[in-house]
Design a protein around this ligand. Sequence first.
Ligand SMILES: [Zn+2]
Length: 284
Amino acid sequence: MCNPLRLRLIVAFLFLFGSPLLWAEVSAPVIQGQWQQGAILLGQVPPGYQLGFLGKKVTVSADGAFVIGLDRDFPTNARLRVTAPGGEVAEFNYPVAQREYKIQRVNGVPAQTVNPAPEHLARIRKEAALVREARAPISDRQDFRLAFQWPLLGPISGVYGSQRYYNGEPRRPHYGVDVAAPVGTRIVAPVSGKVVLAHDDMFFSGGTLIVDHGHGLSSTFMHLSKILVTKGELIEQGQEIAEVGATGRVTGPHLDWRMNWLDQRVDPQLIVPPMADLLSERAE
Ligand SMILES: [Zn+2]
C-alpha cells in the first residue's frame, strides 16, 4: 500500500535526485582551451549530439568535434546547450575569465583613413559587405582541428583587444595580432583552409585575404603587398599565401592576422606557441 509517508518520501526522492538523474543522460562536452575573452575553444561531444551557443546552432562534425569562439567583451558566464540524440537537453555553464586590454596610441596615420571623407564611405560600406559575405557561409571543413602555427615570425607590434587612439582620436579596439616584417616577407597559412576572399586594395585593410577553416572559423590577413592565392583555392598548412605590405591604414609594414568565429572576434595569439620562444630558436 502507498501510505502518505511513503508517498512523501517518493516525492522528496524525485525532487532531490530526479533532475540530476535525467541530466546524467547528457554527457558534458569535453573542451580544450581556457574559457576567457577572445578564446577559440575546441570541443568534443558524443556523435549525434547537437549544440547551441549564444542562441545559435553550433556545427558539429560526424564524430562530434566542434569549435566555438568568445568575443573581446564576452560576459562572465558562457552557456552551452547540449541535446543528446534521444532529445534530452542539458545546459552547461562556464565562468569566462575577463581580460585587461592595453591602450595603444598610433600616431602618424594618414588623416584620411582616421576620418574618411564622405566620398570614401560608399567604398568602405561596399568592402565591409564583401567581407561579411565572404565569412557568412558555414562550411563543414575541419581545418580548425589541426594545431595552428604563426603565419609569420617577427616582433609583435600590436595585440588583440587593445583600445586604439589614432592620431589622438579614440577608435574601435584592435582585433588582430600585428607582426612586423619588411615588405615582401612571405606569409604562410597557419592551418589549411579555403580562400574565400582575395582583395588587392581595401580602404582600411589594404591587400586582404580571408581563409575559411571550417565551422564558421576564419582567418583574415591584412595590409598585404601581394596575394599569392586566389578565391576558391584550397591551401595547405605552411603554404606561402601572401607577402607583407603596408597597404591600407598603417604606419609601417606588418601583417595583421585576425580570426573570427561567426560574429565573435577571437584572439589568434591564444592558439599559437609563444612568439618569443620561436624568435629565440630562430636566432640560435
Ligand atoms: Zn593591426
